[in-house]
Design a protein around this ligand. Structure first.
Ligand code: PGA
Length: 292
């Protein structure tokens, strides 16, 4: 006879969050048969199917949604308990979970590196994804701190700005097309853009909407580095955060002077108001905000 355990709920939540048994088995470091078996056990404990197939996609049944909500509450309560206990034990052995949008990986690691040197016993978990993926983690209360340049406008969150994030138009170093111009003057150029769901792309799309500009057949690439290298090798132009250029070989790309650019954004550290922060998280947040 199976009984309900924390582990079964944790596995179910991961299958739903990651979208498949395969992805969940990777993130939980379990084999696929183990994850499938855990799902089967949970289904037999609940006594109703938790997942169903619709148009080739897996989705939760009503019972699945109830179990998922319960799993979320248990995880949040476990995180709260852990962080309160760790706070009692003092900051030096605390834990810190950070989730940052892809482009912030140029900004956060140096700050995190310095922090970890000062507090070597803090257990750090650093997750990177595009804006949409990090918003999902925020919604599911997975981390202590989130780094966005377009923070969600939700009452339940607090967003504190700490650094500029300017988006610039870049071209190959031997580019001879229009410069000192408007984006419309670049309409004939091939653009390499980040994917929908990325914060960088959101900013670019907003600018284009305001200026009634459409890219002709842009190439979509889901990585700042790949875009930067593709621009350097002459594939086209792009609009990227200036941070992504910091490690570029000198003169491999050049910035164009385009009206309305740079697009000025700011990095924010975002927290959920109802999640008590561990001492470690409070301390890292303060060190990030000192960058102002
Ligand atoms: P991105 O986010 O890495 O998802 O593009 C950057 C941003 O929010 O500006």
């Amino acid at each position: 006879m199976n009984s309900l355990t924390f582990r079964l709920l944790e596995v179910f939540q991961e299958v739903v969050d990651s979208g498949s048994v395969t992805a969940a088995s990777t993130s939980l470091s379990l084999s696929q048969p183990t994850v499938s078996l855990q799902l089967k056990k949970l289904t037999s404990v609940v006594g109703l199917p938790l997942l169903e197939q619709l148009n080739g996609k897996t989705r939760m049944t009503e019972a699945g949604q109830i179990v998922y909500r319960c799993a979320q509450e248990m995880m949040a309560s476990q995180t709260r308990m852990r962080s309160q206990i760790k706070s009692l034990q003092g900051m030096e052995s605390g834990s810190l979970r950070i989730a940052a949008v892809t482009t912030a990986k140029y900004v956060i690691p140096p700050l995190l590196g310095a922090f970890c040197k000062q507090h070597p016993n803090i257990d750090v978990n650093f997750h990177v994804g595009n804006r949409e993926q990090i918003l999902e983690r925020l919604k599911n209360n997975r981390d202590d701190l989130y780094i966005f340049s377009h923070p969600p406008l939700e009452e339940a969150t607090q967003a504190d700005p700490f650094m500029d994030n300017d988006l610039v138009v870049i071209a190959p170093s031997d580019y001879t097309g229009p410069d000192n111009c408007t984006l419309h003057d670049l309409a004939e150029q091939k653009f390499l853009l980040r994917e929908a769901g990325s914060g960088t792309r959101k900013s670019v799309d907003e600018f284009c909407r305001e200026h009634h500009f459409n890219f002709i057949d842009p190439m979509i690439i889901e990585s700042n580095e790949a875009i930067r290298l593709s621009v350097a090798s002459g594939l086209g132009l792009s609009i990227l955060s200036e941070h992504t250029l910091a490690q570029t070989a000198p003169n491999s790309v050049k910035k164009l002077h385009v009206e309305g650019f740079p697009l000025c954004n700011q990095w924010h550290v975002v927290t959920r108001k109802n999640r008590p922060l561990s001492l470690a998280a409070q301390s890292f947040k303060s060190s990030v905000l000192q960058e102002k």
